[in-house]
Design a protein around this ligand. Structure first.
Ligand SMILES: [Zn+2]
Length: 389
């Protein structure tokens, strides 16, 4: 009889898992439902130039229906300007993206709001809305620090001085060094951002530029979408000393989901692919598109467990209060297995529960840590000159 029962249980166990009755899954779902989930970097405004993200799409990583399905509270909408506009009216381009974001919020005001303060994030959660946090990637559209107040008034909460290339404000982690870190004007930008409560985001900055920005900022520094270099040695990932420097000033690092940043295992094939794609492009021009697409399909992917690995590494290094999520969704050409789009936060929570993280720790990683630094930024703004204007 006992044997029969054991056999029955053995048979039922996978069924239980499959039907979602696994208690860990139930806990994960509950945590997602009741947590503030902030994603510190999504390239949605770029997607919005050509796509309607208010309806379910069968591509990309974000749209409104999927965001609600996944329990996302507040994605950071990065106003991204390609470096090709750096000396060619970058503000015009950035404002086009921002105008789209405003129009989107206006058209769907029953479902979304723009978060001008951390309180708006809480309000959105309470009302079952999505809070849009406006951020910037490549600050070339801001011609000089005196324009920051206007951008603050337009909702800008966090900004990265540059992107893949060195610009007038800062050296990039993926380009030649020009300033030995931040330019004099870049330093002025950081000081003005501090007064206005705009968080200084060091993702994409060269190590020297990031170290200087972290030292100079009086607000908690952030790296919105960066992984740990100790686990995968690429220039876009942060070395331990920068992770520690961010933590020492109360900041937060959002773990990036790009497979090439996440996993040393996939790094080699991806680098070969980029080399080959460059050669094909040189040889065949536009006609290389199909060949490149075919090659891209063969690339190895990372896994949700790689995301967990980076989270665990940083938590062990500096503590759970300094780690968050910065998926880079809509800006990455491939998302890891298990976290394919914004519907999959529960998978991450499940994995973190399995690793022994407590509910409180998981909530911090999901969004409370970023909420804390946005609150600090609001306090600085209220104390500073900007709010009196
Ligand atoms: Zn980026």
């Amino acid at each position: 009889m006992r044997k029969k029962l054991a056999l029955l249980l053995l048979f039922l166990f996978p069924l239980l898992l499959f039907s979602g009755k696994d208690p860990l899954w139930q806990r994960a779902e509950q945590i997602v439902k009741t947590s503030i989930i902030i994603d510190a970097h999504e390239d949605i405004p770029t997607t919005m130039l050509n796509e309607d993200v208010s309806v379910l799409r069968n591509k990309g990583h974000f749209d409104l229906p999927r965001a609600f399905m996944g329990g996302l509270t507040a994605p950071c909408f990065a106003i991204f300007t390609n470096h090709k506009y750096d000396n060619n009216h970058p503000a015009e381009f950035a404002l086009r993206e921002l105008a789209n974001v405003y129009e989107f919020a206006f058209q769907h005001k029953d479902k979304v709001l723009i978060a001008y303060s951390y309180r708006d994030i809480l309000k959105a959660k309470e009302e079952g809305k999505l809070a849009i946090i406006i951020t910037m990637e490549n600050s070339s559209p801001i011609e000089d620090p005196s324009q920051l107040l206007l951008w603050k008034r337009l909702g800008l909460r966090m900004a990265i001085l540059t992107h893949m290339k060195t610009n007038k404000y800062a050296d990039s982690s993926t380009d030649e060094e020009k300033w030995g870190g931040l330019s004099p004007e870049g330093k002025e930008m950081v000081k003005r951002m501090n007064q206005l409560g705009i968080l200084v985001d060091v993702s994409h900055l060269s190590d020297k530029a990031a170290a200087q920005a972290i030292q100079l900022t009086t607000l908690p520094p952030v790296a919105s979408h960066s992984d740990a270099r100790a686990l995968n040695d690429v220039p876009r990932n942060l070395p331990d000393y920068l992770i520690k420097a961010i933590a020492e000033k109360g900041g937060v690092i959002g773990v990036n989901f790009f497979p090439y940043f996440l996993s040393e295992r996939v790094k080699g094939p991806w680098e070969e692919f980029w080399k080959k794609a460059g050669e094909l492009r040189k040889q065949y021009g536009k006609e290389a598109d199909e060949m490149i697409k075919k090659e891209r399909k063969k690339l190895p992917n990372a896994d949700i467990k790689d995301i967990v690995r980076h989270i665990k590494y940083m938590v062990n290094l500096v503590g759970v209060e300094h780690v968050g999520i910065g998926s880079d969704f809509e800006g990455i050409s491939m998302a890891p297995r298990g976290f394919e789009d914004v519907t999959k936060f529960k998978n991450l929570v499940y994995e973190l529960l399995k690793e022994g993280f407590t509910e409180k720790q998981i909530r911090m990683i999901l969004g409370e840590n970023f909420l804390r630094v946005f609150k600090k930024a609001d306090e600085a703004y209220l104390k500073g000159k900007g709010s009196a204007f």
